[in-house]
Ligand binder design. Structure first.
Ligand code: C2O
Ligand code: CU
Length: 427
């Protein structure tokens, strides 16, 4: 395993011509002889690809498309993905965003593996344990590689008729499932549809439904307990985060999902769909749904951390600028957060940096306890990607139950490349 700081610029690219097969097997956390249930081969290329509705662009593809193919598994199935790099010059990896895989499968160049060079392959194997909506993306020079196309949806145990909608902006062109403009999906009037929204961009996106009421049924892969029916409100999808909505398609007309307000929308059903502006009100996940036990006691924390995000003048990679800080320190001199297996961890995140940061912790889900001193009262709000606005303070908690070295970074991948990165490390 190559250690070192990975993704503010790019992890080391491995030397030698080993293939994924002889490389990965030591680190499999499932027996090497267990046959895979879901077998996927992905070939990454640097090439020009189509953006239906908007021409084409130069970027990166997986199996000649961007986004790459949707990976679907049932809970408990063993997923095996062979990644081959045909022509991406900086090397690539795949990270299973939001899936709490064993550390060896996490796909972070420079932390859990070396980047896969041109001509090499690498095999990932993990058991799909967490039902829900996820995505995958390269974690090597990710601010460039994700933006230019190396990502795709990953869904564990979807229902029949679910609509998966991955939103991504290529060169200022916002798309849904790789298309620009109105994207139509058939559904019979009267049918109940679950929409799985994935925000693969660097910034938050408001979504809303014109033509029907809806419920927010899951956040970052976790089901919401007793979600209220919402009308005339938007809901925010954190950068990197996922929101699942459920709605009933009316008979005789279609519904339209606003995706941040541009021309790219999702239309479900037959007939005309109303178009409206973003509603003025927003669902607050802090008080949405009905509370239920967390399964652990955040009051009895073994570790308490404070995580202050700021900004100050200095040099980064030799360049002068205003750079991000964590607890006053600039990358790579930021603190690591050290835990032991089984610890209950409570962390206060404060952002006084002047910008919003979608903070993403690998390998774990954390529950929000409070925001700006107001305690959470709704369904437990479990996230892997949390939108922390400037001036906000969040208290979060989780049980450290997945040993390894885990990245904890801003999912505005440009900010991560500028050093807004730390790690959670198990002793
Ligand atoms: Cu979606 Cu560290 O990433
Ligand atoms: Cu940020």
């Amino acid at each position: 395993m190559a250690m070192g700081y990975a993704d503010y610029g790019g992890g080391p690219v491995s030397e030698g011509m080993h293939s994924g097969h002889d490389r990965g097997i030591d680190s499999f956390n499932v027996p090497a002889d267990r046959p895979a249930d879901v077998v996927v081969d992905l070939v990454a290329r640097k090439e020009r690809f189509d953006i239906p509705g908007r021409g084409s662009m130069d970027g990166y593809t997986l199996n000649h498309t961007s986004p790459g193919p949707q990976i679907t598994a049932r809970q408990g199935e063993l997923v095996q993905v062979t990644l081959h790099n045909e022509s991406v010059p900086d090397g690539i990896t795949l990270h299973w965003h939001g899936v709490d895989v064993p550390a060896a499968q996490d796909g972070v160049a420079g932390v859990t593996q070396d980047a896969v060079r041109v001509g090499q392959s690498y095999v990932y194997r993990f058991v799909a344990e967490d039902v829900g909506t996820y995505w995958y993306h390269s974690h090597q020079v990710s601010h460039e590689q994700v933006k230019k196309g190396l990502y795709g949806p990953l869904v564990i145990s979807p229902g029949a008729g679910d609509v998966v909608a991955a939103v991504h902006t290529y060169d200022k062109v916002r798309t849904v499932n790789g298309r620009y403009g109105e994207h139509r999906v058939d559904a019979a009037g009267g049918s109940s549809v679950r929409v799985r929204l994935i925000n693969t961009d660097n910034g938050p996106m408001a979504t809303w439904v014109d033509g029907a009421a809806y419920q927010v049924v899951a956040v970052d892969g976790t089901e919401v307990n007793q979600p209220a029916v919402v009308e005339g409100k938007s809901v925010l999808v954190t950068a990197g985060g996922r929101i699942d909505l459920r709605l009933t398609v009316p008979s005789g007309s279609a519904v339209r999902l606003g995706l941040g307000g541009g021309p790219t929308t999702l239309v479900i059903g037959a007939g005309d769909a109303p178009a409206g502006a973003e509603p003025g009100n927003r669902v607050d996940l802090l008080s949405y749904g009905v509370s239920r036990p967390l399964g652990f006691d955040p009051g009895a924390a073994d570790r308490r951390f404070e995580y202050r995000i700021g900004r100050r003048p200095g040099f980064f990679n030799g360049r002068p600028g205003l750079w991000w800080t964590i607890n006053g320190h600039q990358f790579p001199n930021v603190p690591m957060f050290v835990v032991s297996d089984g610890d209950t961890v409570r962390t206060t995140i404060r952002n006084s940096s002047g910008q919003v940061h979608p903070m993403h912790l690998h390998g774990h889900h954390v529950v929000v306890l409070s925001r700006n001193g107001t305690a959470a009262t709704g369904s437990p709000w479990w996230v892997d990607s949390l939108n922390v606005e400037d001036g906000e303070t969040y208290e979060i908690a989780f049980v450290a139950d997945n040993p390894g070295v885990w990245m904890d970074h801003c999912h505005n991948l440009t900010h991560a490349a500028e050093g807004l990165v730390t790690h959670l490390m198990y002793t």
